[in-house]
Ligand binder design. Structure first.
Ligand code: SF4
Length: 201
């Protein structure tokens, strides 16, 4: 992954180095859409900015301590290089379907090597690639066994019994978590994670 130039060679303005972190004994994998600029500034550490602090606070509410986040978690994304700013300067550019396809073999290898028991899908792009159609409002608050998720695309291979738990993107730019009806769904997702945590610790 560190030597990869697939996206640059295809003409995309991505910036390395690749961003991922975690234990090879991880039981939980967090999959976001792509690294953020703050992650590069922090030395290629995932979820380094304000969004990461908010995500960690949700994981703390689910019961995970910071040492458990180090020991039990692996943080990655659909793509591993920073995609750059959006045209017009509003936030980071989401990766395209072509970049996600170019990076998919790496994510598949991470899934195969780590064999997580729980996969936390952060944001609607990760949700779409692992759970298929449906909005954040349709899915957040629920937990699915991969083999029982009704419309799961065959994009990534997963064991049927791995749990998939969607979360909204914790960026301050996302207004979804602040709406009252959605706060209840987010609390449902955190409660589901709390129950699943107890099954793996
Ligand atoms: S995002 Fe993935 S496929 Fe694209 S250059 Fe980086 S490591 Fe390679």
């Amino acid at each position: 992954m560190r030597a990869c130039r697939r996206c640059q060679e295809a003409g995309f303005p991505v910036q390395g180095p690749v961003v991922f972190a975690g234990s090879d004994r991880a039981r939980v994998m967090v999959i976001g859409q792509a690294p953020a600029a703050a992650d590069l500034r922090a030395g290629s550490i995932p979820w380094s900015g304000a969004a990461g602090r908010r995500l960690r606070s949700w994981l703390a509410q689910a019961g995970w301590t910071s040492s458990e986040l180090d020991e039990l978690f692996y943080f990655t994304a659909l793509t591993r290089c920073y995609p750059g700013r959006q045209a017009g300067g509003h936030g980071d550019r989401p990766p395209t379907a072509q970049e996600i396809a170019l990076c998919a073999p790496y994510l598949q290898q991470e899934l195969d090597l780590i064999q997580p028991r729980i996969i936390i899908l952060v944001g609607k792009l990760a949700l779409a690639y692992f759970l298929g159609p449906g909005s954040l409002s349709d899915h957040v608050g629920r937990a699915y066994r991969a083999g029982e998720a009704p419309d799961r695309p065959a994009y990534y291979r997963l064991p049927a019994d791995v749990w998939l738990v969607p979360l909204p993107h914790p960026s301050g730019a996302s207004v979804w978590p602040n709406q009252p009806a959605n706060r209840e769904k987010l609390e449902g997702a955190i409660a589901a994670l709390r129950m699943l945590r107890e099954s793996i610790v």
